[in-house]
Each structure stands twice: as C-alpha cells, then as structure tokens.
Ligand binder design. Structure first.
Ligand SMILES: Nc1ncnc2c1ncn2[C@@H]1O[C@H](COP(=O)(O)OP(=O)(O)OP(=O)(O)O)[C@@H](O)[C@H]1O
Ligand SMILES: [Mg+2]
Length: 257
C-alpha cells in the first residue's frame, strides 16, 4: 500500500459534502458531510425524524438535495433520478421494496431490464430460461436459497421478498447498496439471513449503508456507525472502538462523549 505498510488501507468510494435538504422551514438534512469507504458496512442511526431517509434518498437519486455535492471515486456526480444513481453503481432498497406481487422471482429480479430472445430470429419474446439461470447464478453467488423461484412473490415470506429485492440490486453492477430499515418487519431467523447477505456483499467489496433502529444488529454488522439528530450528522464512529451507551448518548443528546 501507499504508506509501505502491509495493512489494507480503506479507500473512499463516495464523498458527500455539505448536503442540505429543507421541507418548507424544516431542515431535514443540515449540512451533512461524510465518506463511504469501499467495502464497508456503514450503519445510519438516529431517532424518528432525524433525517436518515431524506439523506439516503438524495444518495439514491430519489430526491434532489437543495445543495451540496456527491463524488464517487473522486468524480462529481449528479444524481437527479434513480437511473442516474443506478448508472453510478448505487442501488437502493426503499421500505416498500418495489416488487410486483404477481410476478415470480426471476421476473422480479429482471423487472424493467428483461432478457429477450427472438423466435425464428424475428419475434422478440421474454427469455425465461436465461433469466431463471442468471437468477440462480446470482443467488448462488451470494449464498441465497429460495425454494419457490417460479411462484408469484406474494407467496414468499417477508425475508424472502427482501432477498428478491436485494438480488434485483445485485444484478446491476452495484458498488453501493443502501437499505432503509431492511430488518424492521422480519422475524429473528429472517433478519439473520439478511445480515448474512449484507456480510456477503461486503466480502464482494460492495459498500452498504444500512439504516436501522436495532442497535444489536448495528453492532453485529457495521464497520462504522453514523449518528444523525435533527438533520445534523453528529458523528461517525468505528464500531470496534465505541459502545452501545456512547451511541445511545449520541442519538439522544446529539453530541459525542
Ligand atoms: N416529503 C416530506 N415533506 C415534508 N416533510 C418531510 C418529508 N419527508 C420527511 N419530512 C420531514 O423531514 C424530517 C426527516 O424525516 P426522515 O424521514 O428523513 O427521518 P428518518 O430519520 O428517516 O425517520 P424514521 O426513523 O422515522 O424513518 C422529519 O421531520 C419529517 O417529518
Ligand atoms: Mg426513515
């Protein structure tokens, strides 16, 4: 590495500077500056209304900030739409997941970018075989097991649906996955599977920003923890060198101890 040492130096994937978003008189995101490192899991925590969702919406092209800048790999990017974010390698899992209940797993994974084949070299038709094969490949790569690939996803459990939505993101060449409360509605076992999936994304070098109110999950999963309060970023701390009490205190009192 640059410093001549043998340790791996974390490199910056995304740099967010001076991000600002107001709704009327309310400053939902107030001059927020932070980095996302390559291959890290960064937890974003804070009380209800702290500004977490508003912040990640700006990073996912789902909402325009009033001001501030975002760089990826040192290049300024303008994320006006989710398509822009997708092109920049950012995938976002919003709370609704965006699945179509009546479609099966491969159809949901490929939603909006379906693979086609041509019958007799002429008539375009959906290539279900190839979509299924690519889906299985993708699920294998991340160690995901889904028993009912060909059934409408409405028959899947909450955790399995979550997995389908994540697979959809992984199909793109994502460098950053943003998850807004992915474990909120899941049972213990299903939550654990999503935690495992986040870990396998990290192993593949994908960075993950995960919003969660569950500090137990946060401490199990995150490399660093970012705390917001009243639109402000109070601080970003290394999980290994902080405590639950310190994080709770940051959330509650809005200052580092
Ligand atoms: N579309 C909107 N119009 C007006 N105000 C909004 C809008 N979206 C969010 N807000 C306000 O901005 C502030 C931040 O909201 P945000 O949803 O980002 O918080 P959060 O940290 O994600 O909270 P939670 O943990 O409850 O999801 C809140 O005061 C909220 O009421
Ligand atoms: Mg929110």
């Amino acid at each position: 590495m640059d410093e001549g040492g043998s340790s791996v130096v974390a490199t910056t994937l995304m740099r967010v500077a001076g991000l600002q978003k107001s709704y009327g008189g309310l400053c939902a995101v107030d001059d927020v500056t932070f980095d996302v490192l390559r291959g890290e899991v960064l937890a974003l925590v804070g009380d209800n209304g702290a500004g977490k969702s508003t912040l990640v919406k700006a990073l996912a092209g789902a909402q325009q900030p009033d001001s501030g800048s975002i760089e990826i790999e040192g290049q300024p990017v303008s994320l006006r739409t989710p398509r822009d974010a997708e092109a920049a390698g950012i995938g976002c899992l919003h709370q609704g997941l965006g699945l179509v209940d009546a479609l099966d797993v491969p159809e949901n994974v490929f939603l909006g970018r379906e693979l086609q084949t041509k019958v007799f070299g002429l008539v375009p038709q959906l290539d279900h075989g190839r979509m299924r094969a690519r889906t299985i490949e993708l699920l294998d790569r991340f160690g995901i097991h889904l028993p009912k690939l060909n059934e409408p996803v409405m028959r899947l459990s909450g955790g399995q649906r979550q997995t389908v939505a994540i697979s959809r993101l992984l199909l793109q060449d994502v460098r950053l996955v943003i998850m807004d409360e992915p474990m909120a509605a899941l049972g213990v076992e299903e939550g654990r599977r999503v935690l495992d999936l986040v870990r396998s994304m990290r192993e593949e070098g994908i960075s993950v920003i995960v919003i969660s109110h569950n500090l137990e999950h946060v401490f199990q999963l995150a490399d660093r923890i970012a705390v917001m309060k009243n639109g402000k970023l109070i601080g970003v701390v290394e999980t290994a060198s902080t405590t639950r009490d310190a994080v709770v205190s940051m959330i509650t009192f809005g200052q580092m101890r």
